[in-house]
Design a protein around this ligand. Sequence first.
Ligand SMILES: Cc1cc2nc3c(=O)[nH]c(=O)nc-3n(C[C@H](O)[C@H](O)[C@H](O)COP(=O)(O)OP(=O)(O)OC[C@H]3O[C@@H](n4cnc5c(N)ncnc54)[C@H](O)[C@@H]3O)c2cc1C
Ligand SMILES: NC(=O)c1ccc[n+]([C@@H]2O[C@H](COP(=O)([O-])OP(=O)(O)OC[C@H]3O[C@@H](n4cnc5c(N)ncnc54)[C@H](O)[C@@H]3O)[C@@H](O)[C@H]2O)c1
Length: 524
Amino acid sequence: FVATPAGAGAVRARNGFSTTSRDVTSPAAISKRGVATRRAMSMGDDYDYDLIIVGCGVGGHGAALHARSCGLKTAVFSGKDVGGTCVNRGCVPSKALLAAAGRVREMQDDHHLDGMGIKVSGVEYDRAGVAAHAKNLASKVKGGLEGSLKTLGVEVIDATGELAGANTIKAVETGKTFTAKDIILAPGSLPFVPPGVQADGKTVFTSDEALDLAFVPEYAAIVGSGYIGLEFSDVYTALGAEVTFIEALPTLMPTFDREIARLAERLLIKSRPIDYRLGVFASEVIPGVPGEKPVTIKMIDAETKEHVETIEVDACMVATGRVPNTKTLGLENMGIETNRGFVQVDGKMQVLNKEGGDVVPNLYCIGDANGKLMLAHAASAHGVSAVENIMGRENEVDHLAIPAACFTHPEIAMVGLTEEQAKEKAAEEGYELGKASGSFKANSKALAEGAGDGIAKVLFNKETEEIVGVHIIGLHAADLIQECSNAVAAGTTVRELSMMVHTHPTLCEVLDEAFKGAMGRSAH
Ligand SMILES: Cc1cc2nc3c(=O)[nH]c(=O)nc-3n(C[C@H](O)[C@H](O)[C@H](O)COP(=O)(O)OP(=O)(O)OC[C@H]3O[C@@H](n4cnc5c(N)ncnc54)[C@H](O)[C@@H]3O)c2cc1C
Ligand SMILES: NC(=O)c1ccc[n+]([C@@H]2O[C@H](COP(=O)([O-])OP(=O)(O)OC[C@H]3O[C@@H](n4cnc5c(N)ncnc54)[C@H](O)[C@@H]3O)[C@@H](O)[C@H]2O)c1
């Protein structure tokens, strides 16, 4: 982060968000400051709100909560979908399915359990029960979000918002307009369905429908081997399905660090009933009828476009990325041009009228819709950052410090550059790249859990000892990465990390081994 807070009571967090030194979150404090701020801000301005947010996913919700803690009179257009993708159709229900499926996989793994002296016979699951777990969790989390908005005094307008001019949002359903000094657009994204794929939502579907787990196909094709494809292959195979990946690029998991992807292929693909086709597009997908007619998938070579194969499966999940949900935002009413639908923003999340163009005053865009990084916590960080800028405290999100995780069993997590990107950067900038690893198979806690598969790899600049990237595959990698993400954000060097004490026996010691190894020391 580049945080340069200005104003009374503000303290500079080292490379982090600026915070204030007083309690800023109590409703009483908010309401008092709200009145004061509104008075200060409304001199000469006559708006309904200080801030209107369009979209109430994690981005919009995060922005709204931070805005209230800064005393802004805030309204959010929810589109009747509080929680958005993450809570209703994304992170939350998918992690519930992964948790349940992970238990099933573990309890079916006789070899693993035998090693711990445990015998389990006949593990069964109830598909409807697993599906209900995901649905109930999503609705519980959504309720929590709604409660927090109410408690903090955010006005929720249950309508679709459209830009109707500077400082003005129209409720599409009623035509009523609302004004605000600042506006944050947070409309999120939608699944991308490639041309030729006929998604009927039943046998050919995206994650939106897959999360309902209406049935577990015996044989499923998953188009796309990114985050969603990988996580669903983990769920489906644990619940008894066979999977074929169809990936357009020449490698599986093309966006992941190559070494980690190769290990992931061994742990998550080759040891399971999964096969794959690489370098091919699913050019035509025709839905079937469950139990009667199979789904037909035609594949063409990604380069020559020649037909290579046709397969028949019980279901086809389309996980080929997501597109910004910006078509109906009314951007054209303000002459704003997008790049393939992504709203262009500068580092402060301010909307630009076109790629490389001018800032549109008092208009911000956060989360999936700006295309910077399609992750829930990134959307929320964007929201907080935009509000900081609105408050006059200059702030930029450092995307290289934002961690990401894929919640397979075991998990994959990363922060910063892949080894391939890091090598390129080191060559460009003329420094030597350091690399050190820690192993789960040398870790007491991992071995106690019978989970010795995996590594943690730390990439660093040998001269400055700054961390350039960290990649982990192994038990609880998603939790382990946070230490590294904090280190990148705070500028902690690998030498400093190697001197910090890690609890024994914990999985954190896998990283301790890598940090110490980077300094030529042994952790054992
Ligand atoms: C299956 C799946 C699993 C995922 N798992 C993870 C994960 O584990 N970790 C992670 O970090 N990320 C995960 N993601 C990604 C994460 O869900 C998104 O990055 C995140 O939801 C983006 O937040 P957002 O606020 O930008 O948009 P969204 O969550 O999409 O919210 C936007 C909201 O705005 C509403 N809206 C749109 N237009 C308007 C309008 N004109 N007026 C009013 N409302 C409007 C939408 O209906 C929606 O409610 C996952 C995504 C999927 C699909
Ligand atoms: N755990 C998490 O953080 C998590 C989980 C799920 C989703 N997400 C987010 O949601 C977004 C969408 O996830 P996703 O997995 O759909 O996208 P993705 O971009 O991660 O992967 C899409 C994959 O589909 C392939 N592809 C694209 N078009 C194709 C075609 N026509 N035929 C065959 N293959 C094709 C791409 O090469 C790529 O490998 C991601 O940006 C991700 O950040 C995050």
